[in-house]
Design a protein around this ligand. Structure first.
Ligand code: 13P
Length: 318
């Protein structure tokens, strides 16, 4: 059943667990998350990124995603816009059936440099005012998360700016956001940390921010673990993904204990899906019907999504 982010995250806070917010860019991804959530009896969020889909008509894509959730989910699932870069992105999403939106105003859309605190507040507040009037909940961001969309842009791990707790509280007071993405040592994309480097999330910082704003749900972006077996399969079959370290499950569990309630996952799902498709096409090169080679991708994505639901503690909560 379609649900909204705030209701889902309020339950997480009450019972001390987190949900996965899973990036999707095709309808197969949407169905994979729904199948995983139904199987695990887990609430979840399904999150397209603004401007990221293989379909020509973005509004139609968003509406199809919503219809799938309404029709096929037996558990609470929200449709969340990930990384709305502008007020217009978020307004379009509110008008197209999203149950929550993220306004990512921590950086300039022009050159990617950090926006001032005041600019971030101004854009976020404008979005909150519009979204709340439509019954749509809002995630903002304070501090910045490293990495690029798929590890391929200029933004690097060195860009991580840890969230200042006092500033986070002020930001929430000024904007009224329902959820807040914080910089706590994570990084977007397939290339996160050098291979062998042990990433270390700022658990004490998360705990401190949570104690200051317990009513606002903390979000970790850039939290994929970068499964070695998926990267190995992709590279074995002519892929070229740089070896990299991600965020280990144990650290995500510690972050949840410290107060994180929403954990974004894109890269791990993409790696799993791509590994399944590449392996199938390499081993069965005469296959040309999409159902043959998409199925192993979909199955791998369902598996990794189900595993995360168990790690986050959301399995069995719906
Ligand atoms: P990953 O790239 O680590 O999966 O993070 C995705 C994300 O945070 C999208 O908002």
């Amino acid at each position: 059943m379609l649900s909204d982010m705030k209701t889902i995250l309020d339950d997480c806070e009450k019972h001390g667990y987190a949900i996965g917010s899973f990036n999707v860019s095709t309808i197969d991804h949407v169905l994979a998350v729904i199948d995983a959530a139904n199987a695990e009896k887990s609430p979840a969020l399904i999150q397209p990124i603004a401007g990221v889909t293989c379909y020509a008509d973005e509004i139609r894509w968003w509406q199809m995603a919503r219809e799938c959730i309404e029709k096929y989910s037996e558990v609470p699932i929200g449709l969340h816009l990930d990384h709305g870069l502008t007020y217009d992105d978020c307004k379009r999403a509110c008008d197209s059936g999203f149950t929550s939106v993220m306004i990512d105003a921590s950086r300039s859309v022009v050159d990617g440099t950090a926006n001032s605190f005041e600019k971030n507040v101004e854009l976020t507040l404008k979005t909150v005012e519009y979204a709340h009037a439509q019954g749509v909940s809002v995630e903002g961001e304070i501090g910045t998360i490293g990495g690029g969309g798929e590890g391929a842009t200029a933004r690097s791990v060195n860009d991580i700016e840890y969230t200042d707790p006092a500033q986070a509280k002020l930001f929430v007071d000024c904007t009224g956001v329902d959820a807040l993405a914080i910089g706590a040592g994570t990084s977007h994309g397939t290339v996160k940390f050098p291979k062998g480097h042990q990433p270390s999330l700022a658990i004490d910082l998360i705990r401190e921010i949570h104690s200051l704003i317990p009513q606002v749900h903390l979000v970790l972006h850039g939290s994929s673990s970068i499964g070695e077996s998926d990267v190995d399969i992709i590279n074995k079959y002519n892929g070229n993904v740089n070896p990299s370290s991600g965020i280990p499950d144990e650290q995500k569990v510690q972050a949840i204990a410290a107060g994180v309630r929403k954990i974004n996952q894109g890269t791990d799902s993409h790696l799993a899906f791509t590994a399944g498709v590449r392996e199938h096409l390499a081993l069965s090169p005469a296959d040309v019907d999409a159902y043959l080679y998409l199925k192993p991708g979909i199955d791998r994505m369902i598996d990794i999504t189900r595993m995360r639901m168990r790690v986050f503690g959301s399995a069995g909560r719906a």
